[in-house]
Write a protein that binds this ligand. Structure first.
Ligand code: NAD
Length: 422
């Protein structure tokens, strides 16, 4: 696939879209069956993933088009139950395509594991002792994950934080671990638990919590793109977008919804690739408030040419190995569709999706409002809720849009009248 710009893609049948997107991806039979089939997972596989399995829930996987990322045309698979998300990302990406698309970078693949040590009378002395034994602690951690070490990853450094709480002073050790292409929670937690006796011997304290931090501030992904002012609707809309961003950056009530819109794009790609949506979401929101004030994860400016210049920066703890990324066949198919072969490349695609999503939402809010774009999909949802047959849905949606009335009671009336043959 050399071109992600496919006019009229949304009008094709699901089978036609599937064929275009997966052509040349070398999907296995299992991946094809799972991605296109009614049941994405076998019950045996589902049962091996979580506990007390009794079924599964299907979430649609759509593909956002028009993305060029670091010079490479890329289809972005998005798993979401929310209408308009995939269309919005594709539309915004189109406005950036001719101006070069998205460019991404990553600060590293470093995670932090926290080890909480209590009952220490002299925390500063304990801190010094930990550093004296740094190499011993790191070597011990690395013995627990020879695979990660063989790939150039593993425990690399330590930080020791002294945290005065209301009732006591805690020593909190951060294991700084390069988890490479894995998200790393299991890897880091295993190290943090294993090193407990060594830490207790060195400090004389009592180790209690040992767990990864989702505030992955040494695993930041950054993406930027320029969106054509003309494609967005002109100077006034671009100015409105920038002031919408300023609103979010200064007001946490607005920022929560602004960042939610960004996460519409991000979580959809994280989910499609079998990664941990909660881990990424926790990291994103914690990072948004790292200054002590909850802010926008994106920044929007008008560049010298009068076009809209957008950037995003947030922690992105995602992997292409580990967790469900390797076991879930749809996750594997999603990685092949994006043609990514490292966690860093995947993180870049996710950040680009988040930035595009935000551009689309801000554009709609700054121009006609968010509801217009949602109308037909919303009407469609309501028609299904009202019990409409699949063959009647288009007629019901057309009627509701003609009447400009998306109240559920009216759509129910239209549905029932069609069902009565009126
Ligand atoms: P994992 O333990 O399944 O896989 C990671 C391991 O794969 C590494 O330790 C390494 O030994 C091996 N490996 C093979 N090839 C590798 C490569 N190229 N790069 C890196 N490692 C490679 O998974 P994980 O990534 O350690 O943990 C992720 C899982 O942990 C997710 O399912 C997540 O939901 C879960 N989890 C999250 C949290 C949290 O976020 N707070 C807490 C607990 C568990």
């Amino acid at each position: 696939m050399s071109n992600s710009r496919i006019p009229g893609f949304y009008r094709l049948s699901t089978k036609e879209r599937f064929d275009i997107v997966t052509k040349g991806c070398n999907l296995s039979e299992n991946e094809i069956n799972s991605l296109s089939g009614e049941y994405p997972l076998s019950m045996d596989l589902a049962d091996s993933m979580i506990e007390n399995v009794i079924g599964q829930i299907g979430i649609p996987v759509g593909v956002a088009t028009n993305f060029k990322i670091n010079g490479k045309d890329t289809f972005i698979p998005m798993a979401t139950e929310e209408p308009s998300v995939v269309a919005a990302a594709s539309n915004a990406a189109k406005a950036a395509y001719e101006l070069g698309g998205f460019f991404t970078s990553m600060s590293g693949t470093i995670m932090r594991g926290q080890i909480q040590v209590l009952n220490i009378a002299d925390p500063y002395a304990a801190r010094a002792k930990i550093f004296e034994h740094k190499e011993e602690i790191l070597n011990y951690c690395n013995e627990k994950d020879p695979t990660l070490v063989s790939l150039g990853g593993g425990a690399k450094d330590l930080e020791v934080h002294i945290i005065p709480t209301t009732n006591q002073i805690m020593l909190v050790i951060h294991l700084i671990v390069d988890t490479k292409d894995a998200m790393g929670a299991n890897a880091v937690n295993t190290m943090a638990e294993a090193v407990t006796p060594t830490i207790e011997t060195i400090t004389g304290g009592k180790v209690v919590l040992r767990i990864i931090s989702n505030l992955a501030d040494r695993r930041l992904v950054r993406a930027r793109a320029v969106f054509s002012s003309e494609a967005l609707g002109g100077k006034e809309i671009v100015e409105n977008i920038v002031s919408a961003f300023e609103f979010a950056d200064f007001d946490p009530y607005r920022a929560a919804t602004h960042n939610k819109g960004i996460m519409n794009g991000i979580s959809a790609v994280v989910l499609a690739t079998g990664n941990d949506t909660r881990a990424v979401e926790a990291g994103a929101h914690a990072y948004a408030s790292i200054s002590g004030h909850y802010k926008s994860l994106t920044k929007w400016e008008i560049n010298a040419d009068g076009n809209l210049s957008g950037t995003i920066e947030l922690p992105m703890a995602v992997g292409i190995v580990g967790g469900a990324t390797k076991t879930h066949p749809v996750a594997q198919a999603a990685l092949k569709i994006m043609r990514v072969s490292t966690a860093e490349e995947l993180a870049g695609c996710i950040a680009a999706a988040g930035l595009a999503q935000n551009a689309a939402a801000l554009r709609a809010l700054s121009a006609e409002g968010i509801q217009r774009g949602h109308m037909s999909l919303h009407a469609r949802n309501l028609a299904v809720m009202a019990g409409a047959d699949k063959s009647d849905v288009d007629r019901i949606v057309a009627q509701a849009i003609k009447e400009k009335d998306l109240r559920y009671d009216r759509i129910l009336e239209i549905t029932q009248s069609i069902q009565r043959g009126e």
